[in-house]
Design a protein around this ligand. Structure first.
Ligand SMILES: Cc1ncc(COP(=O)(O)O)c(C=O)c1O
Length: 419
């Protein structure tokens, strides 16, 4: 019989195999300093384009003050226990009411982390007779939620309404046999490429098919829509979203998340979300901090306006200079280049060391082989000067990529990897 660890000794996984070349620099980098547009990386000043602090709240003095006061008042333990047992408070309820009102739903429920919360939400909404139909590019937390499902599931092609319809046809036939219902899941904004989910078109299919609609709006909440209530608001279909999900990990610059829906659905979920029933309540400092952030998000439109000024300057600047930024419809700004993984490493190193630009790099297997995706996340803390410096740096690195500089620099890495 094999030792369980044998496979792990042999194969570190598609990303893990790069650890010796990448760790500490390309993955698990240590950014230092306060969260803002400028931070330090390995002792050097860098413009940071890799943090989802969209509205610049993470280090806003008013936010820091409330966080510190809440920490002093409650410590980091309070309340102890799960919500159902001993971890429930008035402030948890108040925050839920405020969130529900903001996203135009009857009720909301707090989640300790978005990831586990989404997994449990999917788990709680379906039973073995139900069918899940979800976008093939869905976030890992949606995929893991679907993995728990004991019944049938279908993926539809990314943001492809025709493919969704085909799968809804299949799901409808199947549900008639099993006696179950259908759950459709999309993201409000797809975080890698920045496209909005086609929520309006999906919602329109409700006239033809009988399904409930769950939307993960992690990147849309706070950044999209007239009031910042997200992709559903922007596309005018918030009412057609049956269960709305957003995390505090992005615009809210905190930790935690929530789901919002009709009162009866939330009442059900709060008794059936296993990751919340059997885990410690969201700590009070985060609850108090989230209330402050939500209040600022609602009352300070200048934050979202500044964010979008930067998004528009960066995205139009990149397009004018001939960069391929794909089909983004959000703040997420991908830049697609062609090259191998070692070339991508050399390029990113050049960006960081010689141009002071820190952005995330995404390569195969997250995107197809031969493509390099540099992912830029503008925030309200960036300046137009940051944008100009970055655009010039991108021109320079593209020229070096095209003239083979990075191929030469990466030869040693390639040899080491046997590529
Ligand atoms: C689309 C999406 N859903 C869910 C999550 C998970 O949220 P959390 O960080 O609160 O666990 C993330 C990442 O933060 C995300 O990007």
């Amino acid at each position: 019989m094999k030792d369980l660890f044998e496979k792990i000794y042999k194969d570190k996984g598609p990303l893990g195999k790069w650890a010796s070349q990448a760790e500490g620099y390309f993955v698990f980098p240590k950014l230092e300093g306060q969260i803002s547009n400028r931070m330090k990386f390995q002792g050097k000043d860098v413009i940071t384009w890799s943090i989802n602090d969209y509205l610049g709240l993470a280090n806003h003095p008013e936010v820091r003050k409330v966080d510190a006061e809440a920490g002093a008042a409650y410590g980091s333990a309070y309340p102890m226990g799960a919500r159902m047992m001993s971890g429930h408070t008035e402030l948890h309820e108040i925050l839920q009411k405020e969130l529900a009102e903001f996203v135009s739903k009857e009720a909301a429920y707090l989640l300790n982390f978005g990831y586990q919360g989404m997994v449990s939400t999917i788990d709680a909404l379906v039973n073995k007779n139900d069918i899940i139909v979800y976008d093939v590019d869905a976030h890992a937390c949606i995929i893991d939620g679907v993995r728990l499902h004991m019944g049938k599931r279908f993926t539809y092609k990314h943001n492809d309404v025709e493919s969704l319809e085909k799968n809804l046809d299949r799901a409808t036939k199947m549900a008639e046999q099993t006696g179950g219902g259908i759950l459709v899941i999309s993201e409000g904004v797809f975080g890698m490429r920045g496209e909005q989910g086609r929520l309006k078109e999906i919602a329109a299919l409700k006239k033809k098919y009988n399904f409930r609609f769950l939307v993960d709006d992690a990147h849309g909440f706070g950044t999209l829509g007239e009031t910042g209530a997200g992709a559903g608001e922007q596309q005018g279909v918030q009412d057609d979203i049956d269960v709305y999900f957003a995390t505090f990990a992005k615009s809210m610059a905190g930790t935690g998340a929530f789901i919002a829906a009709d009162q009866e659905i939330i009442d059900y979920l709060k008794y059936n979300l296993r990751s919340q029933m059997f885990a410690k309540s969201l700590q009070m400092q985060l609850v108090v901090g989230a209330r402050k952030r939500l209040q600022m998000l609602k009352t300070m439109p200048e934050l979202k306006n500044k964010l979008w000024e930067n998004v528009n300057a960066l995205q139009s600047g990149l397009k004018e200079r001939g960069f391929d930024i794909g089909t983004t419809q959000s703040c997420v700004t991908p830049v697609y280049l062609e090259g191998s993984i070692p070339e991508a490493m050399a390029l990113v190193k050049d960006l960081r060391e010689n141009f002071g630009i820190f952005c995330s790099i995404v390569v195969y297997p997250v995107i197809p082989k031969g493509l390099i995706l540099l992912r830029l996340i503008p925030t309200a803390t960036h300046t137009l000067e940051d944008v100009d410096i970055t655009l010039d740096a991108f021109d320079a690195i593209r020229a070096r990529l095209e003239n083979g500089t990075y191929k030469r620099l990466s030869a040693a890495v390639m040899a080491a990897m046997g590529e």
